[in-house]
Design a protein around this ligand. Sequence first.
Ligand code: 3HC
Length: 291
Amino acid sequence: MTTSTPIEHITVLGAGTMGSQIAAVCALSGYRTTLVDIAEEPLEQAKAQLRARLERDVAKSRRTAEDVAATWQRLQFATDRDAVVATTDFVIEAAVEDLAIKRQIFASLDAVAPAHAILATNSSNIVSSQIASATHRADKVCNMHFFNPALVMKCVEIVPHDGTSPQTMERTRALAESLGKEVVQLNREIPGFVANRLLNALRKEALNLIDQDIASPADIDKAARDALGHPMGPFELMDLVGLDVVYLIRLAEYEQTKEESSLPHPQIKQLYEAGRFGRKSGRGWYDYASA
Ligand code: 3HC
């Protein structure tokens, strides 16, 4: 096995919103894929959500029943991470945004993954240099960042750290392209990468406007949609991505910058602490219970 060993088996770690759809994208594109989580329950949830999503695609003639059946043949669900990773060519980690946990995960992956395997993180804010040093293969570690919902959004950001090898970048890029994604490749790492930094600038201003009671979240969202042509306004988007994710991303950025401006906005903290995570919990900026 060498660094040019073809990618046949992909492991996606973490069966949350991102991980489950990333795994589906890989399986739909023809890769044998295993979605791994530490518990059965999130795997069962992911399976049910993906089943509903793919059945809807068949009902709407976006995919054939044969394609979907073949995808299920390629997509496995497992809790035994070490056994799965031992036969994998490429890992995409989509676990919680917590540096200590990611470092632990990467150290364990490094111990069991074949020498040629690339270990990528889907983290949107934790740059891979912070994680690569937990492994003995820093040259094969990078960020490969998908967007929510991963089945729909076309972009993948690929971000090297100083020690990522050009071969790793090439292989990661080729994989993303084979998944039908458009690649935005950064020259060097920065927390938030490109898209989230752009999004954050808009979000900051939206929060600033509600702080001053200039307009309601609904009207600000309307302005983003109907004046700027964005598919969703910043508050709707936070509800889609999850206020828990938004909150943890801010904390992860603060850990890296130590700048107060990185900390979560007080209203985001309040929603997070109240368990109002957005669509996934039925309530965030908006109420989905009656929807
Ligand atoms: N999962 C998979 N597919 C979905 C989906 C989901 N959660 N939501 C919608 N879709 C697909 C479905 O195919 C749906 O068609 P269907 O209802 O006939 O099955 C189709 O998209 C259209 O959906 P809707 O009619 O419900 O609504 P929209 O036309 O507004 O599309 C959207 C939904 C694609 C989510 C669109 O609103 C959008 O692009 N929003 C912006 C998303 C965005 O900015 N994402 C980036 C977030 S930042 C991020 O991810 C960074 C990370 O680090 C946190």
